[in-house]
Ligand binder design. Structure first.
Ligand SMILES: Cc1cc2nc3c(=O)[nH]c(=O)nc-3n(C[C@H](O)[C@H](O)[C@H](O)COP(=O)(O)OP(=O)(O)OC[C@H]3O[C@@H](n4cnc5c(N)ncnc54)[C@H](O)[C@@H]3O)c2cc1C
Length: 427
C-alpha cells in the first residue's frame, strides 16, 4: 500500500496559494483537486500517517464513486453487494441498487489505510503534505480576513506561520478555525454520536453488511432510538462493530457504549462478538450533520467535510460527503483564484454555501423531518414490524437514506424520491 510522505516545514514563515488544514478524506480530496488544477497547495495535519480514525470504515456506493472520481485504485479492497437489515425480529437482505450514476457495491477499508492512501494520492498529484503540524489559529489581515494559519510543528512544537490566499478547513468535528471566526454550530441541526471497536469473529467475510434496528428491548423510549448497530466484516479475521445514534437530542438517555455492549449480548453466540474477542478499545466520536456550521465560507475560509457538518442525517455516512465537499471547496477556490482579487473573487467564494445547499439541502430537510418522526415509538415499531416484510420497500428506504438516486432520469422509485425531495424546502 502506498504511504503518505512527510515534508517538514523549515523556517518560521511559509507560503502556499491555498492551505488545507486536515488530511482526512475532505482535506486530501481538496488538496488533490487543487494540485490537479495547478495550484500550489499545502495540506497540514497534526497526525503522522497512517493514523487511526474512529469510524465504521464503510464506503457506500456514494463513497465508492467519490473514490473513483479521485482516480483512487480500489482493486483488492473488500467489497459488499448489499445490506442485511435486522429489525422487528426479522432479517432481510437487500442488494445495493443498480443505478446508472452510482456503483452497485460498497467497500470497507480501515481508516488508517484509507486516509494514508488519500493523503499519498494528494501528495502524488503535487500537494505539499506536512504532517505533525497542529494548526492553532487563523492568521488575520488588517481587514479581519484569513490570510493563513498559525501552527506548531514537530516534536518540539516549533511555531510556524503559513501565509495563503485562501484556507480550507477540513479539520473534522473540532472546527477550530471556523469557531475562531465565530462560525458556531447550529443547534437546530441534529448531532449524532457513534462508537465502534474491532472484534475477532467468524463473520469477517460476508457479501452483506449487517445493520440492525433491534437494539433494545428495555424501557418505553428504547424502541424509538433513532440509530442502528452495525457489523461490517473487514475480511481480515475481524469485523468493525459499532452503534450510531443519529440524533442525540432524541436519545433514550443511555450511553451509546452501553447500547452497543447490550446489543452485542443479544446476538448469536457463534458470531463470537464477545468482550474477550475485542481487539481494540471501544471508542466514539460525534457525527456533525446537515451542514450544521454555517456559512461554509467566511472571510477567506472555506469549510469542508465534518468541519462543515456534512454528515448525512439519515444514515450517519460522512466519508463520501467529506470527499465531495472537499472537491467542491477546492473547485470554488480554484475558480476564485482565477479572478482578480477583490469583489469578483469574493463573489465566487460566497456562492460556495449556496452550492452546498443546492446539493444537499433538500435531502437534509427530509432527514431532519424523518428523525423527528422517529421520536414516536409507535411509528418505529410499525415501520420495523411491517416495513421489513416488504423487501422492495426496504430497498427504496435504503436508497432514500443513502441519497442514492439517478434523479429524474431514473426508475419509478427515483422519480418518486426526486419529487419528494424537491417538494421539501432546502435547509
Ligand atoms: C464511530 C464512527 C463511525 C463512522 N462510520 C462511518 C462509516 O462507516 N462510513 C462513513 O461514511 N462515515 C462514517 N463516520 C463518519 C466519518 O468518520 C466522518 O464523517 C469523516 O471522517 C469526515 O472526514 P473529514 O475529512 O471531514 O474529517 P476527519 O476524517 O476527522 O479528518 C480530519 C483531519 O484533520 C486533522 N486535524 C484536526 N485538527 C487539526 C489541527 N488543529 N491541525 C492540523 N490537523 C488537524 C486530523 O488529524 C484529521 O486527520 C463515522 C464516524 C464515527 C465517529
Amino acid at each position: 500500500m502506498s504511504r503518505a510522505t512527510t515534508e517538514q516545514p523549515s523556517g518560521d514563515t511559509l507560503e502556499a496559494d491555498v492551505v488545507v488544514v486536515g488530511a482526512g478524506p475532505a482535506g486530501s480530496s481538496a488538496a488533490w483537486t487543487l494540485a490537479r488544477s495547478g495550484i500550489d497547495v499545502a495540506v497540514l495535519d497534526k497526525a503522522e500517517f497512517p493514523r487511526e480514525k474512529v469510524c465504521g470504515d464503510g464506503l457506500t456506493p456514494r463513497g465508492v464513486k467519490a473514490l473513483g472520481d479521485l482516480g483512487v485504485d480500489t482493486s483488492g479492497w473488500v467489497r459488499h453487494r448489499g445490506l442485511r437489515v435486522h429489525g422487528g425480529g426479522q432479517v432481510v437482505e437487500v442488494d445495493w441498487p443498480r443505478l446508472s450514476h452510482w456503483p452497485a457495491y460498497s467497500l470497507v477499508r480501515r481508516r488508517s489505510d484509507l486516509d494514508a492512501t488519500l493523503a499519498a494520492h494528494a501528495a502524488a498529484a503535487g500537494a505539499r503534505l506536512h504532517t505533525g503540524v497542529t494548526v492553532t489559529d487563523p492568521l488575520l489581515d488588517d481587514a479581519g480576513r484569513v490570510s493563513g494559519v498559525r501552527a506548531v510543528a514537530g516534536p518540539d512544537s516549533r511555531p510556524v506561520t503559513w501565509r495563503a490566499r485562501l484556507v480550507v478547513s477540513a479539520e473534522g468535528l473540532s472546527g477550530r478555525l471556523a469557531k475562531s471566526l465565530g462560525l458556531v454550530r447550529r443547534e437546530d441541526r441534529p448531532l449524532g454520536v457513534a462508537v465502534r471497536r474491532y472484534v475477532r469473529t467468524p463473520r469477517t467475510a460476508d457479501d452483506y453488511l449487517d445493520i440492525s434496528f433491534d437494539l433494545s428491548t428495555e424501557g418505553p423510549t428504547a424502541a424509538s432510538m433513532p440509530g442502528y448497530g452495525w457489523i461490517f466484516g473487514m475480511g481480515d479475521g475481524t469485523a468493525n462493530v459499532g452503534f450510531g445514534l443519529l440524533d442525540t437530542r432524541r436519545s433514550s438517555g443511555e450511553d451509546p457504549r452501553g447500547t452497543l455492549r447490550r446489543w452485542l449480548t443479544t446476538l448469536p453466540a457463534d458470531w463470537q462478538l464477545t468482550e474477550e474477542n475485542a481487539v481494540t478499545p471501544l471508542r466514539g466520536a460525534g457525527l456533525p450533520m446537515a451542514l450544521h456550521r454555517q456559512p461554509a465560507y467566511s472571510r477567506g475560509l472555506l469549510l469542508a467535510g465534518d468541519a462543515a457538518g456534512a454528515v448525512n442525517p439519515l444514515n450517519g455516512e460522512g466519508i463520501s460527503y467529506a470527499m465531495e465537499t472537499g472537491r467542491m471547496a477546492a473547485e470554488t477556490a480554484a475558480d476564485a483564484l482565477d479572478r482578480r482579487e477583490g469583489l469578483a473573487r469574493e463573489a465566487v467564494l460566497r456562492r460556495y454555501p449556496a452550492r452546498l445547499r443546492t446539493e444537499y439541502g433538500h435531502h437534509h430537510r427530509l432527514g431532519i423531518g424523518l428523525l423527528a418522526l422517529l421520536r414516536n415509538p409507535a411509528i418505529v415499531r410499525f415501520a420495523t414490524a411491517h416495513g421489513l416484510q416488504r423487501p422492495a420497500l426496504v430497498s427504496a428506504a435504503l436508497r432514500l437514506m443513502g441519497n442514492l438516486t439517478d434523479g429524474r432520469d431514473g426508475d419509478a422509485v427515483d422519480r418518486a424520491m426526486s419529487v419528494l425531495t424537491r417538494l421539501i424546502p432546502a435547509v
